[in-house]
Design a protein around this ligand. Sequence first.
Ligand SMILES: Cc1cc2nc3c(=O)[nH]c(=O)nc-3n(C[C@H](O)[C@H](O)[C@H](O)COP(=O)(O)OP(=O)(O)OC[C@H]3O[C@@H](n4cnc5c(N)ncnc54)[C@H](O)[C@@H]3O)c2cc1C
Length: 509
Amino acid sequence: MSREEAPHPGLPAVVIGGGIAGLAAARVLARHFTRVVVLERDQQVEMASPEEAFDGWERPGVPQFRHSHAFLARVRLLLLAHFPDVLDRLREVGMREIGLAEAAPRGLGVAPRADDEDIVLLACRRATFEWVLRASVVARPAIELHEGLSVAGLIGTVVDGDRPTVTGVRLEDGRSVEAALVVDTTGRRSRAPQWLAALRAPPPRERSAPCGIFYYTRFYRERRGRVPGGRPALVAGDLGWVKVAIFPGDAGSFSITVGTPVGDPHLKALIDPARFERFLGAFPTVAPWLAGRAAEPIAGPHTPVLVMGQLQNRLRRFVDREGPLANGFFAIGDAAYHSNPIYGRGVTSSLVQAALLDEALDRHPGDLRAAARHLDRASEAELRPFWDAAVAGDRRSAGGRRPFQLTNPRAYLAAMAAEVFGWFFDRALLPASRIDPIVFRGLMRVFNMLEPPDHLLRDPELVLHALPALARTLRGDGPAPAFAPVPRAVALARLGADDEAMQAERFGG
Ligand SMILES: Cc1cc2nc3c(=O)[nH]c(=O)nc-3n(C[C@H](O)[C@H](O)[C@H](O)COP(=O)(O)OP(=O)(O)OC[C@H]3O[C@@H](n4cnc5c(N)ncnc54)[C@H](O)[C@@H]3O)c2cc1C
């Protein structure tokens, strides 16, 4: 086989970026290559525990490192199938597992079903998850993790004006690393299009849409070793004007995230920790988590509220009808698919793609073109429906709708279907999930990426069970929301009133 067609036996597989997708990619590549090299820009100092990792691991390359992360049930299944050692170690260091019954609304008796054992969320800080995954990589002699090395571009060969073959990477410091194949896992800020353009590869097909959300997060620790209600469930409420969620973590930690519309300037005051807490005091579902001595900010009173904006839904495909844009180049994780973090799908998507990369290399040994095609097709089948649903959900949240294109029947039908789905979801499925265990289970299976979103309309049992709630919603006496609603004016008034109190405190008035 020629160099352009097959992985070179002596060369390593190179992974750019050592975040969750990069570390997972390295683990699966080690099954196919005798050497795997991971190049990570951020420097790491050895950390002895999850607490040290949370306190001291500097991750400028991952701005969301200390934001809330939900680890969906699909993550647990992927770990069980591909990295069981990681799951075991997470359990040892205090990760909690939340089953269906624990996650169910109070009073909703969910009679156990055999496949419920799949629906188990992992409660864990992202720092802990990455620390454990990283340790599992460091322990493997076939994988070399180089930290503090930044990749500046790709190296490749072009024969007769054909598409390039990637043969390695160029580092910022001028050195280069030869590779049998290169996997980009540099996340949301991936520069793959520029790197490929420099090799004269065609541009990737790209879709993007704004998430329309600002993310405010603060971390806490339970003081009494238990949470309000005694159940460490994920608590989430979408009140239209704001989204609020509590994420249980490992070792008694939890975080609260407030998602605000980007166009709401009043809520920018949430960056101030005192205001953040006073604001949350307006929400009866959240207040008990912070009341009295129930919890304390994880790093003391100076624990910051972290903010993240400019969030996009974006997907990039590096394969077209002719095949890969550049032979030997792959991209997985956020570099390929990312969506609004409020849906909590990034880690799952990264692990799904790592597993698909493994499958692609297994099915097409020695044929990187076929492997790239396989990864692209399988990723679209697995992840695209969730990506489309995220974009549609964000559009609904922003009060917009997909434009109806009367001249294009397919686009017209797709827009209609999105409209119908949103209507039925908000008025029937969501309210029904609070009173009907079958609908609750169905929604949890989709939320946890165990079933695709259209399962909610395709499963006749779910649709039938949602109809009574729909009738009630249309009559105006729909089931009470699990997250007690709070009018915007009430929460804002607290911010405003407290503004005056703060001024008085500050200036001794
Ligand atoms: C605010 C926020 C909240 C989120 N919440 C959730 C959640 O609840 N659940 C969930 O599943 N997902 C969540 N995500 C998504 C999740 O964080 C990512 O999907 C996941 O970390 C996988 O990302 P990745 O490894 O592809 O990229 P990243 O985690 O971004 O890692 C990229 C790595 O590449 C390195 N790098 C970048 N450029 C270079 C270079 N040139 N050379 C060398 N190294 C480089 C970076 O330093 C970094 O280490 C959230 C994301 C955001 C933004």
